[in-house]
Ligand binder design. Structure first.
Ligand code: AMP
Ligand code: ZN
Length: 483
């Protein structure tokens, strides 16, 4: 598999440290509000990465954190604590907010067929890990105490910027004037590892530490959780592009300084979903969530398809018009698959299966080219082989695509079979009863009406009425119930 590595800014062959097990880490949500569909774009594409690796034959151990403490409104250690903000907004405790929005996040994920990572770890569970790393950093001289807080000293690094081309000279120029100056910092890029002096008097979650009662900075949680579950060497780390700086940059700084060696080999960043009027935000009143899409009648999997139609390293513009186009594509795709005739008795044409699978794998292995992977679905439909083979291939592809292709097509097939054919008259009982005598009378009444023998039609209606049967005409037939 070839993947673009943001750390080297090159497309590289993916080679895990241990060929038996890929160690994958994903930055999880800050659970102070619902996830917006932009956040979920990142999680959909990371889900594709995990599933593509598994499809390519790797075992994967994937870990995700849940940020339930320490993430301030600005990634640069300034602004309000996001969790406190959520708790105040809803008049609840921070833990109540965390529980509610963690559950809501996984509900959204399940609607979008995003697999739950093997390990999901709330940041508040791993305080001992953060303390261990911070102690190590202090010992090695990579951290200092100032004003009660512990800071990482970015000037101690040979190379701080990993993902962007900032001027290294920036490192030692001290704190820039402006926004919210933290006068404790020695260098502009220093960041908080542990807060004891918080500007939030009402900070709800605090723990004892060698430096006093306080709470961890946001960046340390991902290093701590990753090392706890995946050890000292990580194969691949992912997140949205906004995480690259400063969050991932700081994760690398502290992890490698603590470990004394390289930490993670590949970095995958999903670019943003934007709206026509700009960035997606949770602070602008009503924002775009999976529930909002559902309330407008959209199947969440249409949104998944919409994301798969474009490459994860390109910004994607969301509009309902664009989503409507995905609805049409999805419906057409399902209809075409529904037109295939399953035949469980028939053996799968293995040669065709292998050719088609190879094509799909090549698309995924080309830096997760999901739009090409979708095209591979159409290649299957056009391929000269049996319907049963096509269905087997599509079921296999759907392990990665997660579009419920087979289930949706089967449902559509059943609907088509149940629907009245042109010229056919269907009789159904509202209670789901089978009563041949009643059905025969309703059909006889229909025949009489067709023959314009209205006297006979009325007589049959009266007969049914006398039996306690009420008949209502519906499109293509009639329904009846006992009254
Ligand atoms: P948060 O809950 O704010 O910590 O963000 C959760 C994930 O969503 C992170 O990986 C972010 O990088 C990512 N993210 C935030 N905004 C967007 C967006 N507009 N499009 C795609 N991913 C995003
Ligand atoms: Zn993280």
């Amino acid at each position: 598999m070839y993947l673009y590595n943001s750390a080297t800014r090159k497309r590289e062959e993916f080679i895990p440290n241990d060929p038996e097990l890929v160690k994958m880490y994903t930055c999880g949500p800050t659970v102070y509000h619902f996830a917006h569909i932009g956040n979920l774009r990142s999680y959909i594409m990371e889900d594709i990465l995990e599933k593509a690796l598994r499809y390519a034959g790797y075992n994967v151990k994937r870990v995700m954190n849940i940020t339930d403490v320490g993430h301030l409104a600005s990634d640069a250690d300034t602004g309000e604590d996001k969790m406190l903000k959520g708790a105040k907004r809803e008049n609840k405790t921070v833990m109540e907010i965390a529980k509610f929005y963690t559950d809501a996040f996984f509900e959204d994920c399940s609607k979008l067929n995003i697999k739950r990572p093997d390990v999901v770890e709330p940041a508040t569970n791993c305080i001992a890990e953060y303390i261990k790393i911070i102690e190590g950093l202090l010992e090695k001289g990579f951290a200092y105490e100032a004003g009660g807080n512990i800071y990482f000293d970015a000037s101690k690094l040979d190379k701080y910027y990993i993902f962007n081309d900032h001027d290294e000279e920036d490192l030692a120029v001290g704190v820039r004037e402006g926004v919210e100056e933290d006068t404790n910092k020695r260098n502009k890029n220093d960041f908080v590892l542990w807060f004891t002096k918080s500007k939030f008097e009402d900070q709800a979650l605090k723990w004892d530490s060698p430096w006093g009662v306080g709470y961890p900075g946001w960046h340390i949680e991902c290093s701590g959780i990753s090392m706890k579950h995946l050890g000292e060497d990580l194969d691949i780390h992912c997140g949205g592009i906004d995480n690259a700086f400063p969050h991932h940059t700081n994760e690398i700084a502290q992890s490698e300084s603590f470990l004394g060696h390289k930490w993670c080999n590949y970095w995958m960043h999903v670019h943003h979903l934007n709206t026509n009027d700009g960035k997606m935000s949770k602070s602008k009143g009503e924002f775009l969530t999976v529930s909002l899409l559902e309330s407008k009648g959209y199947d969440p999997l249409v949104y998944r398809l919409f994301c798969l139609q474009s490459h994860y390293r390109k910004n994607l513009v969301f509009s309902f018009e664009n989503l409507d186009n995905a609805v049409v594509t999805y419906q057409k795709m399902i209809s075409k698959i529904a037109a295939l005739k399953p035949n469980a008795e028939e053996p799968v044409d293995q040669a065709a299966f292998d050719v088609l699978k190879e094509k799909f794998l090549t698309a995924l292995g080309n830096d997760l080219n999901t739009s090409l992977a979708i095209t591979a679905v159409y290649d299957v439909l056009k391929y000269k082989t049996t319907d049963q083979t096509k269905l087997a291939v599509l079921a296999d592809f759907d392990k990665v695509l997660g579009l419920d292709l087979i289930e949706k097509a089967a449902r559509k097939r059943r609907e088509l079979e149940a629907a009245p054919k042109a010229g056919q008259f269907t009789v159904i009982s509202e209670a789901g009863e089978q009563d041949e005598a009643v059905e025969a009378l309703i059909l006889a009444r229909q025949d009489a009406k067709k023959a314009k023998n209205f006297a006979e039609a009325d007589r049959i209606r009266d007969e049914l009425k006398a039996m306690g049967i009420e008949v209502t005409d519906i499109a293509g037939g009639a329904k009846w119930k006992r009254v």
